[in-house]
Design a protein around this ligand. Structure first.
Ligand code: P6P
Length: 335
């Protein structure tokens, strides 16, 4: 039997090797992992826990909140606010930033998260997940402001997600590749199950919500149309399609076997650059994909290079197998 390496041991050994995980960051990642275990427990209870269905509230996006959205958000806030590793947090489920209360020590990190991504799938028992991104707060003693969060994705010091599916799996990068940890429910600990995750540069599998086809821009229409033509078309091979409507699940599949995920800008709401959020969906997922040898753009530029202007800003997302993302991006610049 191969040696079981826990998340804690992995982080300690990585800390010794490359210094990418200062002790405060290691504490932060372990606290987030513990919070994800609690969220997994709540999710797995489902109807038995009285946690399904909607709450009587909307989030900043104007979306009806699910009860589990709020529960997951509260779990992450309560787990992280007292440890002394954070200065502030930001969440898809909260309008503004959350400053660590003065009664607790202030740390040097900023934590951003989508506490429960894919929540439209909660009530139908389809995989969902928590996405998180870690930034450093700017130097100096002044209090943290929302503008301190508006850093490009290249500034992330850690990013990851936890997928609540047939397994509960934590996927993490600190800038030295991607590692996966599967929750051992008997031991209650995350165990290293995949190290140095790599995405194949080519794929025959695309993920997009095809019902929006009539609203897409020409480059996206061209790319998908060529895929649909299969081996008799310009691509010379048949493609498969997947769409789980849970970014965490679609990205996990791509990290596991390759593929391209697209949620592009479309004509339904032309003033919005896309549906997905830059700070706590596209940036963490984009970094994970790049760290696994893939690529992530908004069709015209690298997602991680985008300078944010608003905490909840949206972005067009094209990510996954490098050669496919580069093809779609080239189609955009060909216009
Ligand atoms: P649609 C979930 O609500 C989410 O934010 C992502 O996880 C997912 O990829 C996308 O929206 C699904 O959107 O329009 O297909 O329901």
């Amino acid at each position: 039997m191969t040696k079981r390496i826990s998340l804690t041991r992995y982080l300690v050994e990585q800390q010794r090797v490359d210094g990418l995980i200062p002790s405060q960051l290691r504490l932060l990642l372990e606290v987030v992992a513990r919070a994800c275990k609690s969220i997994s427990h709540a999710v797995n209870k489902g109807a038995l826990g009285g946690v399904l269905g909607t709450a009587d509230s909307e989030n900043v996006q104007g979306e009806i909140q699910k009860k589990l959205d709020i529960i997951a958000n509260e779990v992450l806030i309560e787990a992280n606010e007292w440890g002394g590793h954070l200065a502030a947090m930001a969440s898809e489920e909260m309008d503004g930033i959350y400053l660590v209360p003065n009664r607790y020590p202030q740390g040097e990190y900023l934590l951003l998260f989508d506490p429960l991504d894919g929540s439209s799938n909660i009530d139908v028992n389809v995989s969902i997940g928590t996405i998180f991104s870690v930034l450093k707060k700017p130097e100096g003693d002044r209090g943290v402001e929302e503008s301190d969060f508006l850093q490009p994705g290249t500034q992330q010091v850690a990013a990851g997600y936890c997928i609540y599916g047939p397994q509960t799996t934590l996927v993490l990068t600190v800038g030295d590749g991607v590692a996966m940890f599967t929750l051992d429910r008997e031991q209650g600990s995350f165990v290293l199950t995949d190290e140095n995750v790599r995405i194949p540069e080519d794929t025959k599998e695309f993920a997009i919500n095809m019902s929006n086809m009539r609203h897409w821009d020409a480059p996206v229409k061209r790319y998908i149309d060529e895929c649909l033509q299969g081996k008799d078309g310009p691509r010379g091979k048949d493609f498969n399609m997947r769409w789980i409507a849970s970014m965490v699940a679609d990205v996990h599949r791509i990290l596991t076997r390759g593929g391209i995920f697209m949620y592009p800008w479309d004509k339904r709401e032309p003033s919005k650059p896309g549906k997905l959020r830059l700070m706590y969906e596209a940036n963490p997922m984009g970094w994970l994909v790049e760290q696994a040898g893939g690529a992530a753009t908004n069709g015209r530029q690298r997602i991680l290079d985008i300078q944010p202007t608003q905490l909840h800003e949206r972005v067009s997302v094209i990510l996954g197998s490098k050669n496919e993302v580069e093809r779609v991006t080239a189609y955009h610049s060909a216009l």
